[in-house]
Write a protein that binds this ligand. Structure first.
Ligand code: AMP
Length: 284
């Protein structure tokens, strides 16, 4: 595994690989890797001739009151995990080179960034879009691997790539979960043992929604109510939002008629967790 830090060096290296006809699969991450991240890497390894991953905790996607400074980091452990998977390139750029002063550009994808995660994290997606666009320009991958865990982010990035005619395909990979159903996340480290139990509220609510849809319910308001009720058993967990959105457009839906996403965000203490399911009207 080649570890590259300089932007120019990375861009040159990837350009060379492209000229040689290699198919580059790319997995951008903020590090503190878990099986969720590694599943994306494994998928890329299966489908591409070169797999590149990046580790960069992107300050531009954190609001001032959020957890940028205390976001978990362990680069040595991450390097070991990626070496074990035998990936080709690890890109670990420096913040100063990514955002030279003054940095004045940011990519706004309209409409679908103002609902769901966009409500409580207003400039978050602009930060995500900008860093991913920069990374795509540097790595020039044929395929970008994203996790369903961050479904709104994936829909937005797909739209950005389409709208800006970027020559990269997007592959969405399933959410990897812990034994109790909790979606794996670098932030799960913040949870106390009691908090981990309360965090099961999210998957419990999503499973309740799935069951209702399977038995024929189509009214999103009723489904949301049932999900809220599922939280009664977990008093430490507080819902931030529940959103039913169209799978293609991410526009809110009120009646379940086509493939849709049910997304949820909740606080367990001061830890904010997100999760979602993608469902057809048959509940599959
Ligand atoms: P992050 O390091 O949180 O920015 O995540 C990097 C990539 O890993 C994103 O595409 C995430 O959606 C994906 N990811 C994070 N957690 C999971 C998970 N539990 N299962 C699958 N993919 C995940």
């Amino acid at each position: 595994m080649k570890q590259i830090t300089g932007i120019q060096r990375m861009q040159k290296h990837c350009t060379g690989l492209k000229v040689q006809g290699e198919k580059i699969g790319f997995v951008p991450t903020m590090g503190y890797l878990h099986e969720g991240h590694l599943s994306l890497v494994k998928r890329s390894k299966k489908e591409c001739s070169i797999t590149a991953a990046s580790i960069f905790v992107n300050p531009a996607q954190f609001a001032p009151h959020e957890d940028f400074d205390r976001y978990p980091r362990n680069i040595n452990r991450d390097i070991k995990l990626l070496r074990k998977l035998d990936i080709d390139i690890l890109f670990t750029p420096k913040t100063g080179e990514i955002y030279p002063e003054p940095f004045l550009t940011s990519i706004l994808v309209d409409e679908i960034t103002t609902i769901g995660e966009g409500v409580s994290r207003s400039r978050h997606f602009q930060g995500v879009n900008t860093i991913v666009a920069k990374l795509l320009n540097i790595v020039q991958p044929s395929v970008l691997y994203l996790g369903q865990k961050d479904i709104q982010q994936a829909v937005i990035l797909k739209k950005m790539i389409q709208d800006l005619n970027m020559p990269t395909a997007v592959k969405l990979c399933p959410t990897i979960r812990e034994k109790n159903g909790l979606a794996m996340s670098s932030r799960n480290i913040y949870l106390s043992p009691k908090g981990r139990k309360s965090a099961a509220a999210l998957i419990t609510a999503l499973r309740a929604a799935k069951k209702m849809i399977k038995s024929g319910e189509r009214d999103c308001k009723k489904i949301t109510k049932k999900m809220e009720a599922a939280f009664d058993r977990f008093p430490e967990a507080k819902i931030d939002y529940i959103l039913c959105a169209d799978f293609e457009s991410f526009k809110p839906v009120f009646v379940f008629e086509r493939r849709a996403i049910i997304a949820i965000a909740a606080y367990v203490g001061n830890v904010r967790l997100i999760d979602n399911v993608i469902l057809s009207p048959q509940g599959k």
